[in-house]
Design a protein around this ligand. Sequence first.
Ligand SMILES: Cc1cc2nc3c(=O)[nH]c(=O)nc-3n(C[C@H](O)[C@H](O)[C@H](O)COP(=O)(O)OP(=O)(O)OC[C@H]3O[C@@H](n4cnc5c(N)ncnc54)[C@H](O)[C@@H]3O)c2cc1C
Ligand code: FES
Length: 449
Amino acid sequence: MLSSLGKIKNPFLRSITTASTFLSMVTLISAVAIGLTNPQDKSANKIGVYASLLATAAGAAFGLAVKDKSTTRQGKIIQLQPEHNHTWQDWRDFEIFRKVPESKEITSFYFKPQDRGALPDYKPGQFLTIKLDIPNQPRPVIRTYSLSDYTFSGDYYRLSIKREGSPKGLNVPPGVASNFMHDRITEGSIIPCKPPNGKFFLDVESSIPAVLISNGVGITPMISMAKACSRFNPNRHLWFIHGARNGEFHALRDEVNAIAENYNNLHIHYRYSRPRPEDEGQYHSQGYVDKKLLEDSILTEISQIYGSSSAKFFLCGSPSFMDSIKDGLRELDVPENNVYFESFGGGSTKGQSKTVATNQAAVDKAEVVFAKSGQTITWTKDDGTLLEFAEANNINPDYSCRQGVCLTCMCQLQEGAVEYLEQPASEPDEGSVLICISQPKTAKVVLNL
Ligand SMILES: Cc1cc2nc3c(=O)[nH]c(=O)nc-3n(C[C@H](O)[C@H](O)[C@H](O)COP(=O)(O)OP(=O)(O)OC[C@H]3O[C@@H](n4cnc5c(N)ncnc54)[C@H](O)[C@@H]3O)c2cc1C
Ligand code: FES
């Protein structure tokens, strides 16, 4: 009851609510007591009336005393935070309750848990893993999508998904999951999801300036970061640099502009490569986001404010875009450990600071124990990655990107060691490995599969 009362912001409304609740409770209790003992006794009836009046007054006072839960100790109003400890294991069904087109290619989907339970908090920049039953696919299709909002009410998640067409010049089918989402998922559809995850997130409390650089659908985690910072650390300066072809392809522009209205330290720069006449006034410069823009504008502004151009850089976009920005930052002497990036797939981006031994030869042969399935099978080099090897032996672990990006295939390594064929773009948890890009490195490997 206390927590429900705390949600009523108006103190008079809260007072009236508690007064009437107390009145009803005490009147009911007195009526039952008098009825059971001596209904004819006038003095007992009087006591009942006094008790009810007293309860009403006490209820009114109590209602005024209960604190509005959205008021901090300093009296500054902040939104209620999402519940932190309600994470779930494995898959949980979510219902789509809104579907909103955001640009020519990108549509947002709003997810609510079907059980209407609480949602765990997440770090701005993290992603959600979803599972889709798509007709004619041999098994459920699993994909990861960045959470594109940072909700203070904590009662829904939002994903903004780009429709992936077939690559130019290739006669291959268009993207399976993204097209299914756009064409077949409607309000009311149910989608199983795993809890938010991912190592690419903004350290909101830090005072070091941050530069968020994105193109295309890479804008999604950046919106979450900018919103969280506007709420929890508005003294921190944040640069929001986004590249798009033109206004038709620029998703969520108004939403980002709206964040800046209440967050003076958010510096926005939109750069359009092929602006249309009607985009006039909606973008800041023409061309591609490149080293020169960073050097001439952003680093200069940071230096003017902070006296040094030291900052953290967060990158998300197409692989070629990120490679060129990373090269540019390196040439501008930005230390590697100040550069964070997320790849959405479609080719790996150049790693900078990973320490995985990729140049050592793997063993030619190994005993692989799949502990959960109780199978021990001999792996040889021709069997490929541990994921391919598991699949060939009818053990079907979850996967999505198959590129060491999304962490979907992450698996606990109980014994032995693995060798990565390419550097993982996302670091797995301690004691776990990404089986989509690894092979045995020791004669025996035990996986929790
Ligand atoms: C951490 C993370 C966060 C992400 N966040 C987002 C996000 O916020 N928004 C978003 O839109 N996406 C995001 N993605 C990307 C997303 O997970 C999917 O990869 C994307 O939607 C494409 O999936 P799909 O099933 O539609 O395409 P797929 O079916 O996987 O196909 C991908 C591409 O390959 C092409 N293709 C198909 N067959 C072949 C073939 N034989 N040879 C060559 N090419 C072929 C397809 O035409 C398509 O262009 C994220 C990815 C990661 C890893
Ligand atoms: S399947 Fe994405 S990291 Fe392995």
